[in-house]
Design a binder for this molecule. Structure first.
Ligand code: SAH
Ligand code: SF4
Length: 362
């Protein structure tokens, strides 16, 4: 038995042909799965009984089962603990953002690409738990479809606070949950292509963000994919000495190599890169660091997201002082580098960036 979310439309089509079913059924099936969000083959009323039987014998729909959930106090954030078919767990988060100066209210989901992570960034709860395995493309897609189905049923409008203006649907998908998506490159790209299909789930590529700690060969490969997703690069320090202290992969792909790859990515795709910079008090948040970061990123098509560190159980980093964050930001501005201090959500239920693990805080 396999998750049908693992298959592209072309793969479904080939499979049907091989088993003497009409190929055109693939498009019908695809619509049921990704437009009508059906999660039971029996509900596919236009599909012939023998085909339903064949599908039921060989496939199931969706690999995640929510075993716990928790809602933040301000009712903006919903975190799930999912169990996978082999008993492993991952966490994902849905965030309900109100409108702000630039944007309409929107729902964003933050999904996982691996069980754990091998890269060991010292401030990250996922890194602290180590690596277990990659997620399949179907397991990645399943997280999204799970939230999509709940959302269709009006579930989040009931359990979360509704932002003032009405809106429908999940807008953004960010690969900022557990794991390093570019270390699970093929499955991540396959899942994105499935979710992006305009005859199916139709998530716009521009509303999908992949966050990487900076795997240079994969960034270069991504530049050739011809897919208009957003790339976020977790930089966290402006020099190798500081970066290697908290981001071990920096020893393999030092900053100069990383920035060269980013420059090449921008040249090929013409897309802006989002640099993420977790602010760690006394570690990477001084004016000297800001100055070096300014010099490093000057003239690159980019935006910097400054993220005051969220607490995790096994690290004792603290958030930078508000004044220091302001000065850091002003210094970047003096190099004409735009930046935002990230509005974090769900910290008290450990649903913030870097806090996801197989946790027991439900
Ligand atoms: N592996 C990828 C994506 C997952 S982490 C990456 O590292 O980019 C998503 C973001 O959360 C990254 O920018 C990561 O550095 C950041 N993050 C990790 N731990 C954090 C913490 N304790 N507080 C705030 N952000 C954190
Ligand atoms: Fe892995 Fe990203 Fe966490 Fe680093 S920050 S340990 S790369 S998930």
């Amino acid at each position: 038995m396999e998750d049908i979310y693992n298959l592209t439309k072309e793969q479904i089509s080939e499979l049907l042909e091989k088993n003497s079913f009409p190929k055109y059924r693939a498009s019908q099936l695809w619509r049921y799965l990704y437009k009508n969000d059906v999660n039971n083959f029996e509900e596919m009323s236009n599909i012939s009984t023998p085909l339903i039987h064949f599908l039921k014998m060989n496939f199931f729909i969706g690999s995640v089962k929510e075993i716990r959930n928790i809602i933040s106090k301000d009712k903006s954030t919903y975190k799930s603990l999912f169990s996978l078919k082999d008993g492993q767990n991952v966490e994902s988060v849905l965030m309900n953002y109100p409108s702000d100066d630039h944007r309409k209210p929107r729902k964003t989901i933050c999904i996982s690409s691996q069980v754990g992570c091998a890269l060991g960034c010292t401030f990250c709860a996922t890194g602290q738990q180590g690596f277990t395995r990659h997620l399949s493309s179907g397991e990645i897609v399943s997280q999204v479809l799970y939230y999509k189905q709940l959302d269709n049923n009006g579930f989040f409008d009931q359990v979360l606070d509704k932002p003032e203006k009405s809106y429908k649907g999940i807008k953004n998908i960010v690969f900022m949950g557990m794991g390093e998506p570019l270390a699970n490159y093929e499955n991540t790209i396959k899942a994105i292509r499935i979710l992006n299909d305009d005859k199916g789930a139709n998530f716009g590529a521009r509303n999908i963000t992949v966050s990487t700690v900076g795997l240079v060969p994969q960034i270069l490969k991504l530049a050739d994919e011809k897919i208009q997703i957003n790339l976020a690069v977790s930089i966290h320090a402006p020099d190798n000495q500081t970066r290697s202290q908290t981001v071990p992969i920096n020893k393999r792909y030092p900053i100069e190599m990383l920035i060269d790859a980013c420059r090449e990515y921008i040249r090929k795709t013409n897309r802006k890169i989002f640099f993420e910079y977790v602010l760690l008090k006394g570690q990477n948040d001084t004016l000297d660091h800001a100055n070096k970061l300014g010099i490093l990123l000057k003239n690159l098509l980019c935006h910097v997201n400054l993220i005051p560190v969220n607490p995790t159980s096994k690290s004792d980093f603290f958030r930078s002082e508000t004044e220091d964050i302001k000065s850091f930001q002003n210094k970047l501005s003096s190099y004409a580098i735009p930046s935002t201090v990230r509005m974090e959500k769900g910290i008290e239920v450990s649903a913030g960036c870097g806090q996801l693990a197989n946790s027991n805080d439900y």
